[in-house]
Design a protein around this ligand. Structure first.
Ligand SMILES: Cc1cc2nc3c(=O)[nH]c(=O)nc-3n(C[C@H](O)[C@H](O)[C@H](O)COP(=O)(O)O)c2cc1C
Length: 248
């Protein structure tokens, strides 16, 4: 039994090292779960033990799996901004046993690979969940150039040199909430990588739009984009894309 515990301790400590570096901002449910696990496990490991496992992990190049603290994944999905429990909505995507917006699935896949912080762009307004109602509402919002007020805010923006912005295409551009996001922050000097879920419009001209909104940023043109109805099968492609951009 003692032997089993001894064998398990390094794995517990590796779990701490792999999950425990860096702060979470406003996160989805998976990231919150990770945070909870981290808190429980940390208490069981002394500083000395941590150091010894850290040096062992360095030798095996496991450091590459540490959470990336200079990259932020900011995503918007109407499912988290509907004001109702969206769990049973027919418009949601089921991924790893959970129902969520397609853009949130993509954001979580990128997070799973990069270990970067996740930030959910939240609006004061509640968006309709029913597709046609949402389409009408969003068109009206866009036609009237409405910038919906945001209720989530990044407090440690200086920490990030790269921001991956994940959104669903809405009326051949980004949702107005994402315009609100760019309106709120001066992102000068940072790298922005737009990524989207879509029904045929791919990145829908977002790199050029972001250059107009934030003239002093570097925008990556080949952000990851995937048809919303295929997002659950995109994990290998997301990994290959993240590796290509050295986001892992
Ligand atoms: C208001 C609205 C407008 C849309 N406009 C487009 C569009 O212009 N081009 C496109 O490819 N898909 C469009 N779609 C499809 C969405 O991109 C798709 O439903 C979304 O990526 C799903 O992600 P979500 O579950 O996070 O909302 C639109 C959907 C809605 C609700």
């Amino acid at each position: 039994m003692k032997h089993t515990i001894k064998i398990m301790i390094p794995f517990l400590m590796i779990a701490v090292l792999l999950t425990g570096c860096g702060s979470q901002v406003t996160t989805g449910s998976k990231a919150e779960t990770t945070q909870a696990t981290k808190t429980e496990t940390t208490t069981a490991v002394s500083e000395q033990e941590k150091e010894s496992v850290q040096s062992w992990a360095t030798g095996l190049d496991l450091q590459n799996r540490e959470q990336k603290n200079d990259i932020l994944i900011a995503y918007f999905t109407p499912a988290e901004n509907s004001g109702v429990d969206a769990i049973s909505s027919a418009t949601l995507t089921t991924w790893n046993g959970e129902n969520m917006g397609a853009a949130e699935v993509l954001a979580n896949m990128i997070h799973n690979h990069t270990r970067s912080d996740l930030f959910s762009i939240r609006t004061e307004v509640d968006y309709p969940l029913e597709y046609n109602d949402l389409a009408d509402y969003a068109k009206d919002e866009q036609d009237n150039d409405v910038l919906p007020a945001l209720t989530s805010h990044i407090e440690n923006l200086d920490q990030y040199s790269t921001i991956i912005v994940v959104f669903p295409d809405w009326w051949y551009t980004m949702p107005q909430a994402v315009y609100s996001f760019f309106n709120e922050y001066d992102l000068a000097g940072k790298t922005i990588i737009p990524c989207s879920t879509h029904a045929g419009s791919y990145l829908t001209g977002s790199p050029a739009t972001i250059r107009e909104l934030e003239p002093d940023v570097k925008v990556i043109d080949d952000g990851f984009t995937v048809a919303a109805n295929r997002v659950t099968t995109a994990e290998d492609d997301v990994t290959a894309w993240a590796e290509k951009h050295e986001l892992n």
